[in-house]
Design a protein around this ligand. Structure first.
Ligand code: 13P
Length: 251
């Protein structure tokens, strides 16, 4: 059967990127994407908010998509230092990451906050990439699947479709550590996520599920071939054009 879920390879630059290096990286990625001419996969980079507009402009016409790393639930108002989904859209973004574990940990983001942010993304015409994932102690306690289920049910608003939602499974203990779950563990988590999504949307079979956590060129093919994996959310390796393009090639 033809694959219906087009793989999405997303780069989360996190709090990295000053103009000079970021432009050079975006230019190399845009050239790589243009040269490859991929129509069977999508590439997305999520730079810091300060660079979204400029990177969107630099990527223009290449097919490289640009997203935000977070948004506020409100469209505008007295929220000093925050960025709205509408502002990201206005800057050229197509996607926004919501509920990354670093924001859940650093900023106390709960499932209901993440859900409000996902709704804000929809209001602005962006696709939210909703992140969920267990901590090491939760995994060791055997609670992985129930943690994922709780996060998913709390973070995905009603109204999700294959077109307006991406979910990223990022085990907290695999982020930036060089450690990854086994392919079987990834498949089991993703199969469970899709099953739970089945209770939240009639479109669960079409929703793209990304794996994130220490993905690099050398392990991408194996991780991306795991059951129910439709792409990757890449941190560190997305800061190097050759490495990120190698991951995209593996998709
Ligand atoms: P690393 O790829 O650096 O482990 O980060 C993963 C991540 O958090 C992407 O959002």
């Amino acid at each position: 059967m033809a694959r219906t879920r087009r793989p999405l390879i997303a780069g989360n630059w996190k709090m990295n990127g000053l103009k000079a290096d970021a432009f050079a990286l975006a230019k190399d990625l845009a050239a790589g994407v243009k040269q490859a001419g991929w129509s069977d996969r999508e590439l997305l980079v999520c730079p810091p908010a300060t660079l979204v507009a400029a990177i969107a402009e630099a990527a223009g016409g290449s097919g490289l998509l640009v997203g935000g790393q977070n948004c506020h639930a409100k469209a505008s108002g007295a929220h000093t230092g925050d960025v709205s989904a509408e502002m990201l859209k206005d800057a050229g973004a197509t996607h926004v990451i919501v509920g990354h574990s670093e924001r859940r940990a650093d900023c106390g983001e709960t499932d209901s906050i993440v859900r409000a942010k996902a709704e804000a993304a929809w209001r602005a015409g962006l696709v939210p990439i909703v992140c969920i994932g267990e901590t090491l102690s939760e995994r060791e306690a055997g609670d992985t699947l129930s943690v994922l289920e709780t996060q998913l049910k709390g973070s995905v608003p009603p109204g999700a479709t294959a077109a307006n939602l991406v979910v990223a499974y990022e085990p907290v203990w695999a982020i930036g550590t060089g450690k990854t779950p086994t392919v079987d563990e990834v498949s089991a988590a993703h199969a469970h996520i899709r099953k739970v999504l089945g209770g939240l949307t009639g479109d669960a079979a079409g929703v793209r599920l990304l794996y994130g956590g220490s993905v690099k060129g050398s392990n991408a093919a194996e991780l991306l071939a795991a059951g129910d994996v439709d792409g990757a959310l890449v941190g560190g390796a997305s800061l190097h054009a050759a490495e990120f393009l190698a991951i995209a090639k593996a998709a």
